[in-house]
Design a protein around this ligand. Sequence first.
Ligand code: E4P
Length: 219
Amino acid sequence: MKFFIDTANLAQIKEAQDLGILDGVTTNPSLMAKEGISGDANVIAHYKAICDIVDGDVSAEVIATDFDNMVKEGEALAALNPKIVVKVPMIKDGVKAIKYFSSKGIKTNCTLVFSSGQALLAAKAGATYVSPFVGRLDDISTDGLALIEDIRLIYDNYGYETQILAASVRHPMHIIECAKMGADVMTGPLSAILALLKHPLTDSGLAQFLADHAKAAGK
Ligand code: E4P
């Protein structure tokens, strides 16, 4: 399972990269705004800075919602660095744009996916990644994880190569359940990734080992 971090915060991206388990980064316009990044030149510079930190794919979202401008923006983003994946919303022109990018060999991430029908369309258009938003479905009392299971079944039925990128992951159990269901990738905050480390028996066991070692050494 690939681990992507869902942030535009350079310090957090670096921390995850330094841990040695990071496979990529996803961003969105809200995450960029949260870091105070605005204006075309600053946005471009920020994507370049992210690409300099990580080894894997970096999703950069188009702002346009019409086919022509999505293509223009997406081609400019893709030209920045081979790591860039053009993130395109699941709307009618977005599906057309994904098909276009796929025919040009440009990687895409179809975002804002909330149903298996949308995921089917993304795969048919040739998306590299499809991003079902687990947490946002949970937020409205709908089972986000069930969507991952459905998409896995549908993609396996037909051998679609689009990778399921479980997005809007909020906590460690989302990651574990997505892994059990066979999501190819998960993207979440650094806090959810680091929470996987934690177990009280690890902490108490380590404390005991260190105490016994010190005792044996007469300290
Ligand atoms: C996906 O790529 C999105 O950036 C993201 O996962 C949305 O997560 P949120 O629902 O926590 O904002």
